[in-house]
Design a binder for this molecule. Structure first.
Ligand code: 5AD
Ligand code: FES
Length: 350
Protein backbone atom coordinates (compact mmCIF):
# COMPACT_ATOMS: atom_id res chain seq x y z
CA UNK A 1 0.00 0.00 0.00
CA UNK A 2 2.88 2.34 0.70
CA UNK A 3 3.60 2.33 -3.00
CA UNK A 4 0.13 3.68 -3.78
CA UNK A 5 0.21 6.15 -0.90
CA UNK A 6 3.55 7.47 -2.17
CA UNK A 7 2.24 7.71 -5.70
CA UNK A 8 -0.86 9.58 -4.53
CA UNK A 9 1.38 12.08 -2.77
CA UNK A 10 3.53 12.45 -5.87
CA UNK A 11 0.87 12.52 -8.62
CA UNK A 12 -2.24 13.70 -6.69
CA UNK A 13 -4.35 11.12 -8.44
CA UNK A 14 -5.04 7.39 -8.63
CA UNK A 15 -7.10 5.23 -10.98
CA UNK A 16 -10.47 3.94 -9.85
CA UNK A 17 -9.04 0.45 -9.30
CA UNK A 18 -6.19 1.85 -7.24
CA UNK A 19 -8.57 3.92 -5.11
CA UNK A 20 -10.70 0.83 -4.48
CA UNK A 21 -7.61 -1.12 -3.42
CA UNK A 22 -6.36 1.58 -1.01
CA UNK A 23 -9.81 2.21 0.46
CA UNK A 24 -10.58 -1.49 0.88
CA UNK A 25 -7.29 -2.41 2.55
CA UNK A 26 -6.95 0.71 4.67
CA UNK A 27 -3.35 -0.32 5.37
CA UNK A 28 -0.35 1.66 6.65
CA UNK A 29 -2.52 4.19 8.39
CA UNK A 30 0.22 5.60 10.60
CA UNK A 31 2.36 6.16 7.55
CA UNK A 32 -0.54 7.80 5.69
CA UNK A 33 -1.31 10.13 8.61
CA UNK A 34 2.35 11.07 8.99
CA UNK A 35 2.56 12.03 5.31
CA UNK A 36 -0.78 13.89 5.54
CA UNK A 37 0.35 15.87 8.58
CA UNK A 38 3.65 16.72 6.92
CA UNK A 39 1.82 18.07 3.87
CA UNK A 40 -0.70 20.01 5.95
CA UNK A 41 2.20 21.57 7.88
CA UNK A 42 4.00 22.43 4.67
CA UNK A 43 1.00 24.40 3.44
CA UNK A 44 -0.66 25.62 6.60
CA UNK A 45 1.98 25.31 9.31
CA UNK A 46 0.47 24.36 12.65
CA UNK A 47 -2.55 26.59 12.07
CA UNK A 48 -6.08 25.27 12.33
CA UNK A 49 -8.65 27.54 10.74
CA UNK A 50 -11.87 28.25 12.56
CA UNK A 51 -15.30 28.97 11.05
CA UNK A 52 -18.38 29.99 13.01
CA UNK A 53 -21.42 27.97 12.01
CA UNK A 54 -24.82 29.67 12.27
CA UNK A 55 -27.63 27.16 11.80
CA UNK A 56 -30.28 29.69 10.90
CA UNK A 57 -33.22 27.51 9.82
CA UNK A 58 -34.13 23.86 10.21
CA UNK A 59 -37.08 24.02 7.84
CA UNK A 60 -36.29 21.84 4.85
CA UNK A 61 -38.24 21.03 1.73
CA UNK A 62 -36.13 17.96 1.00
CA UNK A 63 -36.56 14.47 2.26
CA UNK A 64 -33.10 12.90 2.27
CA UNK A 65 -33.37 9.53 4.00
CA UNK A 66 -30.40 10.13 6.32
CA UNK A 67 -31.19 13.58 7.63
CA UNK A 68 -32.95 14.45 10.88
CA UNK A 69 -34.43 17.71 9.58
CA UNK A 70 -35.99 16.08 6.49
CA UNK A 71 -39.42 17.32 5.48
CA UNK A 72 -41.29 14.25 6.71
CA UNK A 73 -39.87 14.34 10.21
CA UNK A 74 -42.98 15.76 11.84
CA UNK A 75 -41.32 15.40 15.25
CA UNK A 76 -38.70 18.03 14.44
CA UNK A 77 -39.42 21.30 16.19
CA UNK A 78 -38.92 23.83 13.43
CA UNK A 79 -37.33 27.25 13.85
CA UNK A 80 -35.99 30.14 11.87
CA UNK A 81 -33.65 32.77 13.28
CA UNK A 82 -34.66 36.36 12.62
CA UNK A 83 -32.24 38.66 10.88
CA UNK A 84 -31.56 40.29 14.21
CA UNK A 85 -30.75 36.95 15.84
CA UNK A 86 -28.40 36.07 13.00
CA UNK A 87 -26.63 39.41 13.34
CA UNK A 88 -26.32 38.83 17.08
CA UNK A 89 -24.57 35.52 16.36
CA UNK A 90 -22.13 37.35 14.08
CA UNK A 91 -21.51 39.98 16.72
CA UNK A 92 -20.78 37.42 19.38
CA UNK A 93 -18.64 35.43 16.95
CA UNK A 94 -16.67 38.49 15.89
CA UNK A 95 -15.88 39.31 19.51
CA UNK A 96 -14.65 35.72 19.97
CA UNK A 97 -12.27 36.12 17.04
CA UNK A 98 -14.24 34.48 14.23
CA UNK A 99 -13.55 35.94 10.80
CA UNK A 100 -15.66 33.48 8.80
CA UNK A 101 -19.38 33.04 9.27
CA UNK A 102 -21.13 30.06 7.75
CA UNK A 103 -24.86 30.47 7.27
CA UNK A 104 -26.23 26.96 7.11
CA UNK A 105 -29.80 25.81 6.88
CA UNK A 106 -32.26 23.40 5.37
CA UNK A 107 -33.67 24.14 1.93
CA UNK A 108 -36.10 26.75 3.18
CA UNK A 109 -38.11 28.69 0.60
CA UNK A 110 -38.96 31.32 3.20
CA UNK A 111 -35.52 32.77 2.57
CA UNK A 112 -36.09 34.25 -0.86
CA UNK A 113 -33.26 35.65 -2.92
CA UNK A 114 -34.28 39.16 -1.82
CA UNK A 115 -34.15 38.27 1.88
CA UNK A 116 -30.81 36.53 1.49
CA UNK A 117 -29.27 39.36 -0.50
CA UNK A 118 -30.29 41.83 2.14
CA UNK A 119 -28.84 39.67 4.89
CA UNK A 120 -25.58 39.05 3.02
CA UNK A 121 -25.15 42.78 2.31
CA UNK A 122 -25.77 43.62 5.93
CA UNK A 123 -23.26 41.11 7.27
CA UNK A 124 -20.62 42.14 4.74
CA UNK A 125 -21.15 45.82 5.53
CA UNK A 126 -20.88 45.26 9.27
CA UNK A 127 -17.93 42.85 8.96
CA UNK A 128 -16.02 43.70 5.78
CA UNK A 129 -12.96 41.83 7.04
CA UNK A 130 -14.89 38.56 7.35
CA UNK A 131 -15.59 35.85 4.81
CA UNK A 132 -19.20 34.79 4.43
CA UNK A 133 -20.04 31.21 3.54
CA UNK A 134 -23.47 29.98 2.48
CA UNK A 135 -24.65 26.41 2.94
CA UNK A 136 -28.29 26.44 1.91
CA UNK A 137 -28.54 23.70 -0.66
CA UNK A 138 -29.51 23.61 -4.30
CA UNK A 139 -30.63 26.86 -5.92
CA UNK A 140 -30.59 28.16 -9.47
CA UNK A 141 -27.46 29.54 -11.05
CA UNK A 142 -29.09 32.96 -11.11
CA UNK A 143 -29.69 32.83 -7.37
CA UNK A 144 -26.10 31.79 -6.72
CA UNK A 145 -24.97 34.71 -8.87
CA UNK A 146 -27.10 37.12 -6.89
CA UNK A 147 -25.71 35.99 -3.55
CA UNK A 148 -22.19 36.27 -4.93
CA UNK A 149 -22.87 39.80 -6.17
CA UNK A 150 -24.25 40.63 -2.73
CA UNK A 151 -20.92 39.61 -1.20
CA UNK A 152 -21.01 35.90 -0.34
CA UNK A 153 -17.51 34.46 -0.71
CA UNK A 154 -17.88 30.73 -0.23
CA UNK A 155 -20.45 27.98 -0.64
CA UNK A 156 -20.65 24.56 0.94
CA UNK A 157 -22.71 21.91 -0.79
CA UNK A 158 -21.74 18.35 -0.01
CA UNK A 159 -22.31 16.09 -2.99
CA UNK A 160 -23.04 13.32 -0.41
CA UNK A 161 -21.92 10.51 -2.77
CA UNK A 162 -20.55 10.62 -6.31
CA UNK A 163 -22.03 7.24 -7.25
CA UNK A 164 -25.38 7.53 -9.04
CA UNK A 165 -26.75 4.23 -7.74
CA UNK A 166 -25.75 5.08 -4.19
CA UNK A 167 -27.20 8.58 -4.52
CA UNK A 168 -30.55 6.93 -5.36
CA UNK A 169 -30.41 4.87 -2.16
CA UNK A 170 -29.88 7.97 -0.02
CA UNK A 171 -32.41 10.30 -1.64
CA UNK A 172 -35.97 10.28 -2.92
CA UNK A 173 -36.72 10.37 -6.67
CA UNK A 174 -36.85 14.14 -7.02
CA UNK A 175 -33.21 14.65 -6.07
CA UNK A 176 -30.51 13.76 -8.57
CA UNK A 177 -26.75 13.61 -8.41
CA UNK A 178 -26.58 15.30 -11.81
CA UNK A 179 -28.38 18.35 -10.46
CA UNK A 180 -26.20 18.43 -7.36
CA UNK A 181 -23.02 18.28 -9.41
CA UNK A 182 -24.32 20.97 -11.78
CA UNK A 183 -24.81 23.23 -8.76
CA UNK A 184 -21.21 22.66 -7.68
CA UNK A 185 -19.84 23.41 -11.13
CA UNK A 186 -22.00 26.55 -11.33
CA UNK A 187 -20.78 27.74 -7.96
CA UNK A 188 -17.20 27.24 -9.01
CA UNK A 189 -17.65 29.02 -12.31
CA UNK A 190 -19.29 31.99 -10.60
CA UNK A 191 -16.17 32.40 -8.49
CA UNK A 192 -17.09 31.07 -5.07
CA UNK A 193 -14.63 29.17 -2.98
CA UNK A 194 -16.46 25.87 -3.05
CA UNK A 195 -16.77 22.99 -0.64
CA UNK A 196 -18.18 19.59 -1.56
CA UNK A 197 -18.09 16.48 0.60
CA UNK A 198 -19.58 13.18 1.58
CA UNK A 199 -20.56 11.01 4.50
CA UNK A 200 -18.46 7.98 5.36
CA UNK A 201 -20.28 4.73 6.11
CA UNK A 202 -23.69 5.80 4.84
CA UNK A 203 -26.07 2.91 4.08
CA UNK A 204 -25.15 1.08 0.89
CA UNK A 205 -21.76 2.76 0.55
CA UNK A 206 -19.03 0.54 -0.90
CA UNK A 207 -15.32 1.12 -1.54
CA UNK A 208 -16.31 1.75 -5.12
CA UNK A 209 -18.62 4.60 -4.06
CA UNK A 210 -15.78 6.16 -2.07
CA UNK A 211 -13.48 5.73 -5.07
CA UNK A 212 -16.02 7.69 -7.11
CA UNK A 213 -15.96 10.42 -4.45
CA UNK A 214 -12.19 10.68 -4.77
CA UNK A 215 -12.39 10.81 -8.57
CA UNK A 216 -15.07 13.50 -8.42
CA UNK A 217 -12.96 15.59 -6.05
CA UNK A 218 -9.96 15.14 -8.36
CA UNK A 219 -12.07 16.50 -11.18
CA UNK A 220 -13.91 19.31 -9.38
CA UNK A 221 -10.86 20.53 -7.46
CA UNK A 222 -12.92 22.15 -4.69
CA UNK A 223 -11.34 24.47 -2.15
CA UNK A 224 -12.81 22.47 0.72
CA UNK A 225 -14.10 18.95 1.29
CA UNK A 226 -16.26 18.24 4.32
CA UNK A 227 -16.39 14.62 5.31
CA UNK A 228 -17.79 13.02 8.40
CA UNK A 229 -19.23 9.70 9.49
CA UNK A 230 -22.86 8.89 8.79
CA UNK A 231 -24.74 8.75 12.11
CA UNK A 232 -28.32 7.47 12.17
CA UNK A 233 -31.15 9.71 13.33
CA UNK A 234 -34.00 7.96 15.12
CA UNK A 235 -36.78 9.73 13.18
CA UNK A 236 -35.52 8.84 9.69
CA UNK A 237 -35.83 5.79 7.42
CA UNK A 238 -32.19 5.02 8.31
CA UNK A 239 -32.86 4.89 12.06
CA UNK A 240 -31.78 1.24 12.28
CA UNK A 241 -28.64 1.50 10.12
CA UNK A 242 -25.18 1.37 11.60
CA UNK A 243 -22.97 4.44 11.82
CA UNK A 244 -19.75 5.10 9.96
CA UNK A 245 -16.50 4.52 11.83
CA UNK A 246 -13.89 7.00 12.97
CA UNK A 247 -11.20 4.72 11.51
CA UNK A 248 -12.56 4.92 8.00
CA UNK A 249 -13.35 8.63 8.22
CA UNK A 250 -9.81 9.39 9.40
CA UNK A 251 -8.32 7.27 6.66
CA UNK A 252 -10.33 9.18 4.03
CA UNK A 253 -9.17 12.49 5.54
CA UNK A 254 -5.56 11.34 5.20
CA UNK A 255 -6.09 10.31 1.58
CA UNK A 256 -7.75 13.63 0.75
CA UNK A 257 -4.78 15.56 2.15
CA UNK A 258 -2.47 13.65 -0.20
CA UNK A 259 -4.85 14.05 -3.11
CA UNK A 260 -4.91 17.82 -2.69
CA UNK A 261 -2.33 19.21 -0.26
CA UNK A 262 -3.82 22.71 0.01
CA UNK A 263 -7.39 21.47 0.52
CA UNK A 264 -9.37 22.90 3.42
CA UNK A 265 -10.39 19.85 5.39
CA UNK A 266 -12.63 20.18 8.43
CA UNK A 267 -12.45 17.88 11.42
CA UNK A 268 -16.24 17.70 11.64
CA UNK A 269 -18.71 17.79 14.49
CA UNK A 270 -19.97 14.37 13.37
CA UNK A 271 -16.46 12.97 13.84
CA UNK A 272 -16.37 14.57 17.29
CA UNK A 273 -19.73 12.98 18.02
CA UNK A 274 -18.75 9.35 17.40
CA UNK A 275 -15.34 9.63 19.07
CA UNK A 276 -14.42 11.68 22.14
CA UNK A 277 -11.21 12.91 20.51
CA UNK A 278 -12.50 12.70 16.95
CA UNK A 279 -11.69 16.24 15.99
CA UNK A 280 -8.17 16.06 17.41
CA UNK A 281 -7.61 12.77 15.59
CA UNK A 282 -8.97 14.39 12.44
CA UNK A 283 -6.31 17.10 12.61
CA UNK A 284 -3.64 14.49 13.28
CA UNK A 285 -4.86 12.69 10.13
CA UNK A 286 -4.47 15.83 8.00
CA UNK A 287 -7.52 18.04 8.65
CA UNK A 288 -6.95 21.79 9.16
CA UNK A 289 -10.34 23.39 9.85
CA UNK A 290 -12.86 23.31 12.70
CA UNK A 291 -16.36 24.69 12.52
CA UNK A 292 -17.79 25.30 15.97
CA UNK A 293 -21.36 26.32 16.47
CA UNK A 294 -22.37 29.96 16.89
CA UNK A 295 -26.11 29.30 16.90
CA UNK A 296 -28.06 30.43 19.97
CA UNK A 297 -28.15 27.63 22.54
CA UNK A 298 -31.95 27.70 22.50
CA UNK A 299 -32.12 26.29 18.95
CA UNK A 300 -29.10 24.03 18.86
CA UNK A 301 -30.81 20.84 19.87
CA UNK A 302 -33.35 21.44 17.11
CA UNK A 303 -30.73 21.42 14.37
CA UNK A 304 -30.41 17.71 14.85
CA UNK A 305 -29.16 16.15 11.62
CA UNK A 306 -28.18 12.98 13.49
CA UNK A 307 -28.50 11.58 17.01
CA UNK A 308 -26.34 12.65 19.97
CA UNK A 309 -24.81 15.66 18.22
CA UNK A 310 -22.24 17.27 20.52
CA UNK A 311 -22.11 20.88 21.72
CA UNK A 312 -25.88 21.39 21.71
CA UNK A 313 -25.80 22.73 25.28
CA UNK A 314 -22.74 24.90 25.01
CA UNK A 315 -22.47 28.63 24.45
CA UNK A 316 -20.40 29.86 21.52
CA UNK A 317 -17.67 31.02 23.88
CA UNK A 318 -17.50 27.60 25.54
CA UNK A 319 -17.06 25.84 22.19
CA UNK A 320 -14.47 28.35 21.11
CA UNK A 321 -12.40 27.79 24.24
CA UNK A 322 -12.97 24.06 24.36
CA UNK A 323 -11.70 23.77 20.82
CA UNK A 324 -8.75 26.00 21.49
CA UNK A 325 -7.75 23.72 24.35
CA UNK A 326 -8.18 20.61 22.25
CA UNK A 327 -6.15 22.00 19.39
CA UNK A 328 -3.36 23.31 21.58
CA UNK A 329 -3.22 19.95 23.37
CA UNK A 330 -1.99 18.36 20.14
CA UNK A 331 0.51 21.10 19.33
CA UNK A 332 -1.54 23.17 16.89
CA UNK A 333 -2.96 26.65 17.24
CA UNK A 334 -6.21 28.28 16.22
CA UNK A 335 -5.59 30.77 13.42
CA UNK A 336 -7.19 34.18 13.42
CA UNK A 337 -8.18 35.68 10.08
CA UNK A 338 -10.44 34.59 7.25
CA UNK A 339 -8.50 31.42 6.58
CA UNK A 340 -8.51 31.51 2.81
CA UNK A 341 -6.92 28.59 0.99
CA UNK A 342 -3.22 28.91 0.19
CA UNK A 343 -1.65 28.30 -3.21
CA UNK A 344 -0.46 24.83 -4.11
CA UNK A 345 3.02 24.10 -5.42
CA UNK A 346 1.94 25.07 -8.93
CA UNK A 347 0.68 28.48 -7.77
CA UNK A 348 -2.99 27.49 -7.98
CA UNK A 349 -5.66 27.81 -5.34
CA UNK A 350 -7.72 24.99 -6.74
N1 5AD B 1 -25.12 11.72 9.68
C1 5AD B 1 -24.03 12.41 9.34
N2 5AD B 1 -24.06 13.51 8.58
C2 5AD B 1 -25.26 13.95 8.16
N3 5AD B 1 -25.60 14.99 7.39
C3 5AD B 1 -26.94 14.99 7.26
N4 5AD B 1 -27.48 13.97 7.93
C4 5AD B 1 -26.45 13.29 8.49
C5 5AD B 1 -26.35 12.12 9.29
N5 5AD B 1 -27.44 11.42 9.64
C6 5AD B 1 -24.62 15.85 6.75
C7 5AD B 1 -24.84 15.87 5.24
C8 5AD B 1 -25.15 17.31 4.97
C9 5AD B 1 -24.49 18.04 6.13
C10 5AD B 1 -25.03 19.39 6.42
O1 5AD B 1 -24.73 17.16 7.22
O2 5AD B 1 -23.66 15.47 4.58
O3 5AD B 1 -24.65 17.78 3.74
FE1 FES C 1 -18.34 22.72 21.77
FE2 FES C 1 -16.14 21.46 22.89
S1 FES C 1 -16.41 22.31 20.93
S2 FES C 1 -17.98 22.18 23.85
Amino acid sequence: MRRLIDRLERDHKLTKEEWIAVITERADRDYLFERARTLAKQYYGNAVYIRGLIEFTNYCGNNCYYCGIRRDNSRARRYRLSEEEILDCCKEGYALGFRTFVLQGGEDGYYTDEKLEKLIRKIKTLYPDCALTLSIGERSRESYERYFQAGADRYLLRHETADHGHYRKLHPEELTLKKRMDCLWNLKEIGYQVGCGFMVGSPGQTAECLAEDMLFITELQPHMAGIGPFIPHHETPFAGESQGTAEQTLYMIGLLRLLKPNLLLPATTALGTIHARGREEGILAGANVVMPNLSPVGVRKKYELYDNKICTGDEAAECRHCLQGRIESIGYKLAVGRGDPVEDAGGNYV
